[in-house]
Design a protein around this ligand. Structure first.
Ligand SMILES: C[S@@+](CC[C@H](N)C(=O)[O-])C[C@H]1O[C@@H](n2cnc3c(N)ncnc32)[C@H](O)[C@@H]1O
Length: 302
């Protein structure tokens, strides 16, 4: 565990008596100063001390402040639902920019967002694609967690007034991916997107993850949103094939998971191309697939 010197604690105390408790969670004076600024800017003065105490007990700042920016959206965050991550924001932004750049015709896009959590992926895709009048997007997000679906709907209601949903729709509902069947919707999708649970039980149980930020993840974020291995990808590939989708993008945490998806899709259906994508931190982050000789061929440039 990173130790904080008494010199740094004294320095922090000179700036504000609210800083030393924040240092316990951030382990870094500059970061603690930043967090204090956000707390002061976003919460009323009578909530500052409570916020600092919660944070000093490693509660993630997003739960304390109640939201997290995601693209140009402000996504509401509450305990029991995973906080959206920058890695997800990055690929969702890239995907929507590429769709806008390469799908030129007026098109109806049907998108399924499996394991939707706060609804951040569905909502950012909708927001970015509906800026282009030529698209009509119908997005369905589902999650097994009642708290997640409630929060996703709250996020939809928060953002909806500023959107034109006349041509498009975003819907969230409670559903278990392992009980998901085509009868659930009786329709097909063009694109399947998902950020499923993908941290292995061993990684999750490893004492190394009791350090720093990971400590707050373990203490406060739901393990239901985190722990998973191949079973989610097996089901996602099934859904891709059974809904006659033309493309997919799944977030993941390892090369093994990407290779698993590539093997699964090629064993179940012919004519698919796949690609692995690494984020700007140079970590493998997604596997993508698309049907050859379709409008989705542009994904080769992802
Ligand atoms: C890694 S989180 C991703 C949440 C959100 N898509 C995001 O990117 O922030 C995974 C989500 O999968 C959901 N989940 C876990 N098991 C599930 C299941 N069997 N069926 C559907 N959703 C599930 C969790 O509730 C959680 O919201």
């Amino acid at each position: 565990m990173t130790r904080i010197s008494s010199k740094v604690i004294r320095e922090a105390y000179k700036v504000s008596k609210l800083l030393p408790p924040l240092l316990r969670a951030t382990k870094n004076l500059d970061l603690a100063k930043c967090e204090l600024q956000w707390i002061k800017r976003e919460l009323p003065k009578n909530k500052w001390t409570e916020a600092v105490i919660r944070r000093s007990n490693y509660e993630p700042l997003q739960y304390v402040l109640g939201s997290q920016p995601f693209g140009s959206l402000d996504i509401l965050c509450r305990r029991n639902v995973l906080i959206p991550r920058w890695e997800t924001e990055e690929w969702v932004t890239r995907l929507s920019d590429m769709i806008r750049q390469h799908i030129k015709d007026t098109t109806q896009l049907k998108i399924l967002d499996a394991c939707t959590g706060t609804g951040c992926i569905s909502l950012l895709l909708h927001q970015k694609l509906s800026e282009e009048a030529k698209y009509k997007t119908d997005i369905l997000g589902f999650d097994v967690s009642y708290d997640a679906v409630t929060l996703a709907n709250d996020n939809l209601n928060k953002n909806e007034p500023s959107w034109s949903l006349e041509k498009s729709s975003v819907t969230f509902r409670k559903s278990n991916i392992f009980h998901w069947s085509l009868n659930d919707t009786a329709e097909s999708f063009d694109l399947i997107v998902s950020n499923p649970p993908y941290i292995t039980r061993e990684e999750y149980s490893s004492p190394v993850t009791l350090e720093g930020v990971a400590r707050s993840v373990k203490l406060y974020e739901p393990s239901l949103a985190l722990i998973g291995q191949y079973e989610f990808y097996e089901k996602l590939v099934d859904i891709t094939v059974s809904t006659n989708a033309k493309a997919f993008i799944f977030e993941l945490g390892s090369n093994d998971q990407a290779t698993y998806v590539e093997k699964q899709i090629n064993s179940l259906a012919a004519g698919w191309k796949t690609k692995m994508y690494s984020d700007t931190a140079d970590k493998i982050r997604c596997v993508l697939g698309w049907k050859k000789d379709t409008v989705w061929d542009f994904l080769v440039k992802f």
